[in-house]
Design a protein around this ligand. Structure first.
Ligand code: FES
Length: 224
């Protein structure tokens, strides 16, 4: 997205929160942080906004989401990750799943997707998910309890990579996973390289194009 009235050349990658094909509208949630998001935030109602889309591949583990049917699905989100979780909620609900949502609203005061959680009949568990780079005891306890009590068909995680990485390690392959794609995208076409991530053996993956299970995203990834 871009504010067309500012002298700026770069678009800001923003996740789509909701789409209404009948009204021809999209909804987004923007965390106003840097100069680009501040410029978008200057827009008033009825102003024009430039949108280049769609970019696809915002979620890893799509196959697991499509296969989760008529069961219990866990979704877990932290902060702005709540926004890209909404389309996943919609799909899981449409597939006849009961949804349990673990929400860490940090750094916001409210759960801004409250309306969607109600719409998709999700049971909400609010807690802190991560502290000093480690999963909190409360989220670990909830995950253990829920996977013992419920027949969980998927755990979807929408938050920073450190959270997804820790959840994936903690679950140890016990449930199927999906997660949001946090790669910095620019072209979305596998051309510019801004989403390139380095793996062992000099392997480079362009995360705007690779569709894979979340366990493959961190395995062998070089952090430096
Ligand atoms: S965003 Fe340009 S190569 Fe992936």
């Amino acid at each position: 997205m871009r504010n067309p009235s500012t002298m700026q050349f770069y678009d800001t990658p923003i996740s789509i929160m909701d789409v209404n094909l009948e009204e021809n509208t999209i909804k987004v949630a923007i965390d106003v942080k840097g100069i680009k998001t501040k410029n978008i935030n200057k827009l008033k109602e009825d102003d024009k906004v430039l949108v280049r889309a769609p970019f696809w591949n915002g979620v890893f583990g799509l196959k697991n989401i499509y296969m989760a049917r008529e069961g219990t699905s866990l979704v877990l989100a932290r902060g702005i990750g709540m926004a890209p979780m909404v389309p996943v909620l919609k799909k899981l609900y449409a597939n006849g799943n009961k949804i349990i949502a673990i929400i860490d609203k940090t750094p916001y005061e409210n759960i801004f997707i409250d309306k969607y959680l109600k719409m998709y009949d999700a049971k909400i568990i609010e807690l802190n998910t991560i502290q000093n780079g480690k999963l909190t005891d409360e989220v670990k306890e909830q995950l253990v309890k829920l996977t013992q009590e419920e027949n969980v068909n998927i755990l979807h995680c929408a938050g920073p990579d450190i959270l997804i990485y820790n959840i994936e390690k903690f679950m140890g392959g016990k449930v199927k996973l999906s997660c949001c794609n946090n790669a910095k995208m620019c072209c979305g076409e596998g051309v510019c390289g801004s989403c390139s991530t380095r793996y062992k053996g000099h392997v480079v993956k362009r995360l705007c194009k690779v569709q894979t299970d979340p366990s493959n995203i961190f395995e062998g990834r070089r952090l430096i």
